[in-house]
Design a protein around this ligand. Structure first.
Ligand SMILES: Cc1cc2nc3c(=O)[nH]c(=O)nc-3n(C[C@H](O)[C@H](O)[C@H](O)COP(=O)(O)O)c2cc1C
Length: 240
């Protein structure tokens, strides 16, 4: 990997490597990415496509004192009130296969990496708690969407979010997308002054990865192509 610019950590990276090398990063260095760099990444991600180019995404970005204060509020809420609830369902209310098995593999894979056993409820709680300090990421983002918009705009916003995660990698930055943050939408709404007309979708921590952290050695698996691709080699006869 070439360092093309020195100070920004810019490097030559193929699109394939940018996508395949991305992974959820759950430990970061304290050094924040310069705001101009975050702005550059967001400008790039803003080139994401959207139906009729309505560009529905909105993002609140904070670091430094604001980040620390919000983390303190979220942690306080998690410690005293417990897990909050999102304003929308991310997951099915009743899990079923094959998603249940994949979900378990992801959760247990992370816990096993961290040496957390099945009966270690305190360990799981502590690991989960890190969501609310953005896993140590020095910069955080909260994504919102106008409530009146429909499902298509959620697709568009997902593309915007993925574009951030990929564009960040050109500068040696990594990310953790965080639906957990939407559990405390009312805390975020109050502190970030998010209008009532907008729904909190999720958040993201972004920063330079702590490559020595054990948690970052966890890599998730993916299904083989045949499990999600249908190559259409024959059509059903057309009805007359
Ligand atoms: C929209 C979205 C929300 C997520 N929310 C969380 C979260 O709240 N906490 C967390 O630790 N990981 C979260 N993840 C990370 C997923 O667990 C992760 O993407 C998945 O296990 C695949 O691993 P990878 O990102 O390392 O490829 C989220 C991912 C997405 C796309």
């Amino acid at each position: 990997m070439n360092d093309a610019s020195g100070s920004t950590g810019e490097r030559s990276i193929t699109v394939e490597e940018a996508i395949r090398g991305r992974k959820s990063t759950r430990a970061f260095l304290k050094k924040p990415a310069p705001r101009e760099l975050i702005a550059r990444i967001l400008t790039t991600a803003g080139r994401a496509p959207s139906g009729s180019n309505i560009q529905p995404w909105k993002v609140f970005v904070f670091d430094g004192k604001q980040r620390d204060e919000i983390a303190a509020d979220l942690l306080q809420r998690y410690d005293t009130v417990g897990e909050g609830a999102r304003e929308y369902e991310y997951y099915p209310t009743k899990w079923y296969e094959p998603y249940l098995t994949r979900r378990r593999a992801c959760g247990w894979g992370l816990y096993t990496t961290m040496g957390i056993t099945r009966d270690d409820k305190a360990g799981m709680h502590a690991q989960r708690r890190q969501n609310y300090e953005f896993f140590g990421a020095p910069t955080a983002m909260i994504f919102t969407l106008d409530r009146q918009l429909e499902k298509g705009s959620w697709l568009d916003t997902g593309m915007f979010i993925q574009s951030i995660m990929i564009a960040a990698r050109q500068f040696g930055l990594e990310t953790i997308p965080q639906a957990a943050l939407a559990n405390y939408h009312e805390v975020l709404r109050a502190r970030l002054n998010i209008p009532d007309g907008e729904i909190v979708i999720c958040g993201m921590g972004i920063g330079y990865p702590d490559t020595n952290a054990k948690v970052n050695s966890f890599t998730t698996e993916r299904e083989p192509l045949e499990n999600f691709v249908t190559w259409v080699d024959a059509l059903k006869p057309a009805k007359d």
